[in-house]
Design a protein around this ligand. Structure first.
Ligand code: MG
Length: 398
């Protein structure tokens, strides 16, 4: 029972970003910032429990965010709890929800959902400090000078910056001690403390510091989001292109599946799964970029469980393989070759469906179509072919 747990605070409404989606659910590559944050914590501490505190309006966004995690990571996540009216109250909800899961000597880390770049090295340093302290917080020195100003902005004093630090999360504590401190704060009617080290001060816990990480940024503004993309691009410098190609025969039927969209047609595509040539070609393109076999080696046609399968399963698996390698898909480009049905009227629906399956932004998904001028098997309407390219970025090999 004595183990480590994380409370991730994702209940904020984030008014500093212009977009309608709350910041922790904004996309960073093909998944929400929250998903990156959870994965970073669980990659560092695979057996820890995760308790996420969310806003009740965000249940759908939250549920979707978890689908991008591996099954092993999903298994470590407890059912969400709803946040309170302040960050401090939200943390308290998370801590109380953990009570039945943790033993008396358990430790807990409290983390902002919008800090996706926490590293295993930082987490190790924090947890190591708990052998001699009640809590530990990551801090950074200030490089700018500090001034005290009045409400009109006039300088009325200064502070010695050497004496101050900027504080990050995660902040780690012995579970029972920080929970007691939160209960005391609650009983005293204090609800506005902005971090847990401040709450810990109420019960005079011994809190030490360790060196924070300049990359462990909290994504709060649009500029932060741009910087976060740049961090990922700087990490993922191994840029690869993969190719995919697929054909299915046309036969008896009244619809075809193309790009994840059901299109009424005078014939159907014949195949073991739903025979969606475009999704198959895109999937193979990603496997190609990973140099990781092909769709047939991951989903053998001899296996009856893939009979009639919806092909989004294959594309999701390929995307997940890229994520688990620490990389991301930068671009997908597919071309359908057929005389009929006409693809143009369905192009946008296909792009939107592929965006939904992959999590990618629409401007990173191309769907094109051509006929083969009535030549060959596609020209004779005997089958439909699809070509695809995937550009992916992976971390440089160690
Ligand atoms: Mg196929």
């Amino acid at each position: 029972m004595n183990q480590h747990a994380w409370v991730i605070v994702a209940g904020g409404r984030g008014t500093r970003m212009s977009a309608s989606v709350t910041k922790q659910y904004r996309l960073l590559t093909s998944e929400p910032i929250l998903t990156h944050s959870i994965r970073a914590l669980l990659n560092a501490q695979p057996h820890s429990l995760v308790q996420i505190v969310i806003h009740p309006d965000d249940v759908n966004l939250y549920t979707k965010a978890l689908t991008y995690l591996s099954e092993a990571h999903q298994a470590q996540i407890l059912p969400f709890v709803e946040g309170g009216s302040t960050r401090q109250l939200s943390v308290r909800h998370g801590l109380l929800a953990l009570a039945s899961h943790l033993g008396p000597k358990s430790t807990v880390g409290i983390h902002d959902a919008a800090r996706p770049f926490v590293t295993p090295a930082l987490i190790s340093a924090l947890l190591e400090a708990l052998s001699t302290s009640d809590g530990c917080v990551p801090v950074l020195p200030l490089t700018d000078s500090l001034k005290l100003v009045n409400e009109k902005g006039a300088v009325i004093g200064y502070a010695q910056r050497e004496k101050f630090r900027r504080v990050q999360t995660p902040q780690v504590f012995h579970y029972q001690l920080i929970t007691k401190a939160h209960e005391l704060a609650f009983e005293q009617g204090q609800t506005e403390l902005t971090d847990d080290a401040a709450v810990a001060g109420l019960t005079h816990l011994s809190i030490t510091t360790c060196a924070g990480d300049e990359r462990n940024i909290k994504i709060t503004t649009e500029d932060d989001l741009i910087m976060a993309h740049q961090f990922l691009a700087q990490t993922c410098t191994d840029i690869r292109t993969g190719q995919g190609y697929d054909v299915h025969a046309l036969g008896v039927g009244d619809h075809v599946w193309l790009g994840g969209v059901r299109i009424p047609h005078t014939q159907g595509l014949i195949g073991h799964s739903d025979a969606d040539v475009l999704l198959h070609a895109l999937t193979d393109a990603i496997y190609g970029a990973l140099a990781d076999g092909d769709i047939g080696s991951h989903f053998p046609p001899s296996d009856p469980q893939w009979k009639g399968a919806s092909s989004d399963i294959f594309l999701r698996h390929a995307m997940q393989s890229v994520r688990e390698r620490g990389g991301y898909v930068a671009h997908l480009d597919g071309t359908l070759v057929c005389e009929e049905p006409k693809i143009g009227p369905h192009r946008q629906a296909m792009r939107e469906r592929i965006a939904d399956i992959t999590g990618l932004a629409l401007d990173r998904i191309a769907v094109k179509a051509t006929t083969s001028e009535r030549l060959g098997f596609t020209g004779r309407k005997e089958g439909i072919a699809a070509y695809a390219l995937a550009t992916i970025r992976l971390p440089e090999a160690q």
